[in-house]
Design a protein around this ligand. Structure first.
Ligand code: MG
Length: 376
């Protein structure tokens, strides 16, 4: 069914600790969850009602989406809804869904059921039975059990035939504030149907609600990859994957030239979009001369942790003719695991040659590549 929608995102969210509609929830702003759900369900246009000054926050939150616009809301939610209705009047839809941004988990099934219910009614709302025993406060804290029989908890989105809602709003008495949009229709004597509510439509009201939403939103798995090369030079040992290995040459570089850890550091930085190792430890900076590359790796791991990230696994491939890696592989895995505070089972170190081809085949240097998976 053809419809337009309004998302009321004008709350200041004082109880949830800040303007919750723009906060990140599983990699998307809270309000974007609802906007995507409504657009995916076929909304012709969605007007997002914001507080003055929040237009830029909306533009950033909804980057890449189309068929939406912002409109500045009013002092009361009812004023914001009226501003939204005016904004979508041009869209010419016969049906409008009105939704609160603070309920991010809108399913296609909920929207479909609401639209279907409008065949028999001027309005439709999702509602759930009140399952907890309800008590009413009397006097100084005396609680009396209330009869919850037939009591329902109304959720959003709420669906309306546009003309019926506009007529009901015109008839709404001045100076009164409806607690939801369906109440306006009820007062005008119109029929409001009820569809099955969805526990996932819970409202982000308190900080604890946000923690639950974060858990439900799921976390992303991000990958990163890195590559590094260092040349051989005169020496009697080299550093690879955090191990000192006796060898008839060394690796040349500003730091300890540990190509394995450098590739792995870049992979971790890549997974969280934090640039590359040169951004964090410029080779022109004398303080990194001869530096232990384990420190670079731990810096990258700290950046992952600062984003609430968790390393799932890392995989390093060393590409060289010599030294032989296999005798050192277990110790390299253990050392990387120690540096990253993960288990050796999460660390893979592999080795290959280039079949004597190219600079590696000629024994001029060592290359390393690394891949990581990070849950954030
Ligand atoms: Mg390097």
């Amino acid at each position: 069914m053809d419809f337009a929608a309004i998302i009321v995102a004008a709350g200041r969210g004082t109880r949830a600790g800040g303007a919750k509609q723009w906060r990140d929830l599983g990699g998307r702003a809270v309000a974007r969850w609802s906007l995507e759900a409504l657009l995916n369900a076929g909304a012709r246009h969605v007007a997002v009602v914001v507080t003055p000054g929040d237009e830029n926050a909306a533009a950033a939150a909804f980057a890449g989406l189309t068929r939406w616009s912002t409109v500045v809301g009013g002092a009361e939610r009812f004023d914001s809804v009226r501003a939204g209705l005016a904004a979508i009047s041009e869209a010419g839809a016969e049906t409008v869904l009105i939704h609160d941004a603070a309920r991010p988990f809108v399913s296609a099934a909920v929207i479909e059921a609401l639209l279907a219910a409008l065949a028999e009614a001027e309005g439709a709302i999702p509602a759930l039975p009140a399952v907890d025993t309800l008590k009413r406060r009397h006097g100084s804290g005396v609680l009396i059990t209330a009869d919850r029989d037939g009591l329902m908890r109304a959720q959003t989105p709420q669906a309306f035939r546009y003309d019926a809602l506009m007529a009901a709003i015109d008839a709404w008495p001045d100076g009164e504030t409806p607690t939801d949009d369906a109440q306006v229709l009820e007062r005008a004597g119109k029929t409001v149907a009820t569809t099955s509510g969805d526990p996932m439509l819970f409202k982000l009201t308190y900080p604890e609600d946000f923690a639950m939403a974060q858990a439900l939103a799921g976390r992303q798995t991000r990958i990163g990859q890195g590559f590094d090369v260092h040349a051989f030079g005169p020496g009697d040992h080299l550093w690879l994957c955090g191990l000192r290995i006796d060898h008839d040459r060394t690796l040349v570089g500003h730091s300890d030239a540990d190509a394995g850890l450098h590739a792995l550091t870049d992979a971790l930085l890549g997974a969280v979009g934090e640039g590359d190792i040169g951004d964090h430890f410029p080779p022109t900076d004398p303080q990194w001369r001869g530096a232990d590359s384990g420190m670079f790796l731990q810096h990258a791991a700290a950046l992952v942790a600062a984003r609430g990230g968790r390393i799932i696994n890392v995989d390093v491939t060393l590409i060289c003719e010599a030294p032989k890696i296999k005798p050192h592989r277990a110790a390299m895995r253990a050392r990387i695991a120690e540096l990253l505070a993960i288990t050796a089972e999460q660390v893979s170190v592999k080795a290959t040659t280039t079949e004597t081809l190219g600079f590696i085949g000629r024994g001029e240097g060592i290359a390393a590549q690394a891949a990581v998976a990070v849950e954030v």
